[in-house]
Ligand binder design. Structure first.
Ligand SMILES: Nc1ncnc2c1ncn2[C@@H]1O[C@H](COP(=O)(O)OP(=O)(O)OP(=O)(O)O)[C@@H](O)[C@H]1O
Ligand SMILES: [Mg+2]
Length: 396
């Protein structure tokens, strides 16, 4: 089939041609927006799931939904070892730029932008002046607001002031945080405290986070009340009907069809994981000669798709691991089998003939690299679907 017209989009955060199977989450978010804009209490949302399951894409859709309702929005991608101060300032700057024109009082908006600037520019007293960041805000930096250096205090002040601007326009602000498990511990607890405070004030501002399956554990380790503060939505594999829709809908728009046998084979290969659905769909389209696409086309395409995944999806992650980390992951794969089931860390130690404590550095750095996660104490699993299967095919 004509590769130029190939609709499928495997890639990190790539907008899929059809957002399948996420209606529940989208309508839940609509209710949240509506309730908050009416001053009703609502919890902030956190999306969790494995790699490639569609968290970033869904986050972007939720952001579009908020913008469509006239909300101010900003988005951050957290990185390990990076303070949230500048990214949060940029995100709120963006949200206020969206809301500003609809606010009757330009001076009041400029005052809050001055608070954003003060927040962004805060530096410890011993920092060199030339490091001072210029956030591109014309208003003078405020003094005595969001500039104490204590992230918790500063964030509460910043977010309350920004929410005030939104309240004046009858809308709200949504702050989206992707890869939220990578936010530093101090910043995590500041975010929890700020959400807690703002929800008590009934301020129209929510945080919408997305991250790996252990994100709830990261949040509750920081503040015990986080379980009541956030509503967790688990983003999972697509069921058969949704996976078919993800393939068939975009093809129909190009006058291309799939036989039922082709859809069976594609579901068996992709296992409902959105990234795999896109990857197998793309290669199958390119290699199929005519419509309808058949089971035989899928059989021809599958090895090519697997080879592509082995390099791009699995290999790029495997390459980031050190030899000790690879050894650890191979032991996990041997124990967990091709499905990549969670395994016990003590079994990993036994199978490697090592003391559990001597393996903690490898395990911790794999967690930090986002390759594995600990769903419960003493258990470890891959964050990447089908990673166990990939490793079992790799030489040790
Ligand atoms: N609901 C969906 N229907 C069809 N395809 C989807 C859906 N959601 C995501 N995809 C596709 O899946 C792939 C992965 O999506 P995305 O990058 O959002 O995953 P992610 O969960 O953020 O992964 P990571 O944890 O690696 O950041 C993309 O190619 C995207 O187009
Ligand atoms: Mg993502």
């Amino acid at each position: 089939m004509d590769p130029v017209r190939n609709p499928y989009a495997p890639g990190a955060g790539q907008r899929p041609p059809e957002l399948a199977g996420r209606d529940t989450e989208l309508s839940a978010f609509d209710v949240v927006l509506e309730r908050i804009a009416h001053g009703r209490p609502e919890r902030s949302l956190v999306l969790t799931g494995l790699r490639g399951v569609g968290k970033t894409v869904l986050l972007n859709h939720l952001r579009s939904a908020a913008i469509a309702r006239g909300w101010g929005t900003g988005k951050i991608e957290a990185r390990p070892d990076q303070s949230l101060r500048r990214p949060v300032a940029s995100a709120l700057h963006m949200a206020l730029r969206e809301l500003g024109p609809r606010h009757g009082n330009a001076e009041a908006v400029a005052d809050v932008l001055g608070v954003v600037k003060a927040f962004a520019q805060y530096q410890p007293a011993d920092a060199k002046l030339r490091d001072r960041w210029q956030p591109g805000i014309d208003a003078p930096a405020a003094t005595g607001r969001a500039d104490t250096g204590d992230m918790e205090i500063d964030l509460v002040e910043l977010l309350s002031d920004a929410a005030g601007v939104a309240a004046d326009t009858g809308s709200g602000i949504a702050l989206f945080i992707d890869e939220m498990q990578d936010v530093q511990p101090d910043d995590v607890s500041a975010i929890c405290a700020a959400c807690h405070e703002l929800s008590q004030q009934g301020a129209p501002l929510i945080v919408v986070g997305a991250g790996l399956p252990h994100l709830p554990a990261v949040l509750s380790a920081s503040k015990s009340y986080s379980e009541r503060l956030f509503r967790y939505l688990r983003i999972d594999r697509l069921d058969r009907a949704a996976a078919d829709r993800a393939l068939v809908g975009p093809a129909e728009r190009e006058d291309v069809a799939f036989t039922p046998g082709a859809l069976d084979a594609l579901y068996a290969a992709a296992d409902g994981y959105p990234y795999f659905v896109q990857a197998y769909g793309k290669v199958t389209w390119d290699l199929a000669a005519t419509t309808p696409i058949t089971e035989d086309d899928v059989a021809v395409a599958a090895p090519a798709a697997e080879a592509e995944l082995a390099v791009g999806f699995f290999g790029s992650r495997y390459d980031r691991a050190t030899p000790a980390e690879r050894e650890y992951m191979h032991a996990m794969a041997d124990l967990g089998g091709p499905t990549g089931a969670a395994v016990s860390t003590s079994d990993v130690a036994v199978s490697l003939g090592r003391k559990p404590a001597s393996l903690s550095p490898a395990r911790d750095s794999l967690i930090k690299k986002g390759l594995v996660y600990s769903a419960e104490r003493g258990q470890i699993a891959f964050t990447v679907p089908h990673f166990g299967r990939y490793l079992l095919r790799q030489p040790d």
